[in-house]
Ligand binder design. Structure first.
Ligand SMILES: [Zn+2]
Length: 92
């Protein structure tokens, strides 16, 4: 699906509709030494991954694209997503 680079959205800080720049959201790098991550690795790398029986893991083919919308006036950032899975994402 094609997405625009700019879109008019409501800004909570400015309290009006303002042009927002849309950028694709990228998750930050995982902290490999964090306690929760170490625990997760410990549980998922051994045996039946905490389950009684081995379950076949099927990966979903399409992703739910999320964007970061930045207000052009106050630089406030808000997440923007359609909440639908799609194969291709292109910004114009
Ligand atoms: Zn704003």
């Amino acid at each position: 699906m094609k997405f625009p680079k700019e879109k008019k959205l409501y800004c909570k800080k400015c309290k009006k509709h303002v042009k927002h720049k849309l950028k694709e959201f990228k998750a930050a790098a995982k902290r490999t030494m964090a306690a929760g991550n170490r625990r997760h690795e410990r549980n998922t790398d051994h045996g039946y991954m905490g389950k009684y029986k081995y379950v076949v893991f099927v990966k979903k083919q399409n992703k739910n694209p999320t964007f970061v919308a930045e207000c052009t006036e106050c630089k406030q950032k808000i997440p923007y997503s359609l909440g639908k899975r799609m194969k291709k994402v292109a910004q114009q």
